[in-house]
Design a protein around this ligand. Sequence first.
Ligand SMILES: C[S@@+](CC[C@H](N)C(=O)[O-])C[C@H]1O[C@@H](n2cnc3c(N)ncnc32)[C@H](O)[C@@H]1O
Length: 206
Amino acid sequence: MPDWDYIFSERGKVFTDPHVDIEKIVDLFKENQVQKILDIGCGTGRHLIFLSKKGFEMYGFDASPKGISIAKQWLNEENLRAEIKYHKMEEPFPYPNNTFDAIISIKVIHHNRMKDILRTVGEIEKVLKKGGLIFITFPKLGETWKNDGYLQEIEKGTYLPQRGKEKGLVHHFFTLEEIQDVFKSFDLTEVYDDGKNHRAILGIKR
Ligand SMILES: C[S@@+](CC[C@H](N)C(=O)[O-])C[C@H]1O[C@@H](n2cnc3c(N)ncnc32)[C@H](O)[C@@H]1O
């Protein structure tokens, strides 16, 4: 079964430009005196690079050793620093409580069944400071992902695609109600379609 480690080994960086709304996020982070940011599932590092260049103190983890090695090399090439680790998001996070001012996770947390997504969100709640910010995106059913016979449902709202580069990789597609429920410890200031077949959420930890 292919996974992101295989995809990065075969195709390299895959993603290079940061999320389309990143400038808006940078402005928001600066207005809120954000310094330390964690990037969950940092992949090959496009947001570590972009946000380091903007002056933030960047931390990231990912379950793909290849992604991490590409990210480290990219940071070196740009003469930038970020602390990156191999780690699985469903396991207890390797940071003390109340460490980060903001947490981002772009196209990552849907790669699990709901019980593990809830663990990830529980860990986010622990390591994010009170009043800290989240910016998280995940795909939605629609144009890219259609439930037209090639998505095999393995639990409610969770599927294994039966073709394409992410064949066999777990995808959970959140309903709007689930978003409110899963992120109930946050004030969600925005829940919107980012125009790239993904939903984006912005929130503040209460
Ligand atoms: C679509 S890529 C996005 C990468 C990066 N966030 C970006 O926007 O460029 C999904 C990423 O999630 C990571 N990932 C998947 N399952 C994971 C898990 N259980 N724990 C940590 N990272 C995981 C993959 O290794 C991959 O880097």
